[in-house]
Design a protein around this ligand. Sequence first.
Ligand code: CA
Length: 228
Amino acid sequence: MKKVLVLEDESSIRGFIVINLRRAGYEVVEAETGEEALQKLHEHPDTRVCLLDIMLPGIDGFEVCRRIRMANPQIGIIMLSARSQEMDKVTGLMTGADDYVTKPFSPAELIARVDALLRRSGEAAPSRSAELLQPPFLLNTDNRTLEKDGVRIKLTQLEYSIVKLFMENRGKALSREAILDAIWGKGYFGELKIVDVNVRRLRLKIEDDAQEPKYISTVWGYGYKWNA
Ligand code: CA
């Protein structure tokens, strides 16, 4: 069964999330503090997605996110942010989260996000050629890895999916809406801004100079274009 870790210190909110995930068919591991979440994750290495509250006693959700991501680039991470934490959203994504949900959220929205994240990370490798070479980049769709000049670049599942989309559409301007639909799915409830946040993070990883991007160029008022 697909396992989801829920880190939330408020027991009423945690209970609400847990009950809805179980109804949707997920196995749930619960944690009340960041320290407990890291311990539980250690005991359940088959966990596929983590839902992390931000404001917690002890280490906060961002720090938990950072530590999980350091040890595991594959796992899906969704931050649970309060409405007053607008800036937290962006920061959360920059520390390695794949998505965020703003409280209060509906069960349907939360489940849709978890489903979408799992779909992306569980995407089957295509049967055709497993390698896509566009110097200096080499994308391996079997291992879901990216190399630049022979050096492996550590990507999250989400970043990998975006690079793959770009490489399959080389030289073509992609609208932010098209990227959102392709990567997050048509039922995604979030904002277009999430595309920009992820592109910004991707540039830091793959560009020679993220301030002067050469591979992912901005198409003003529209979206982005891959130029490798
Ligand atoms: Ca909290």
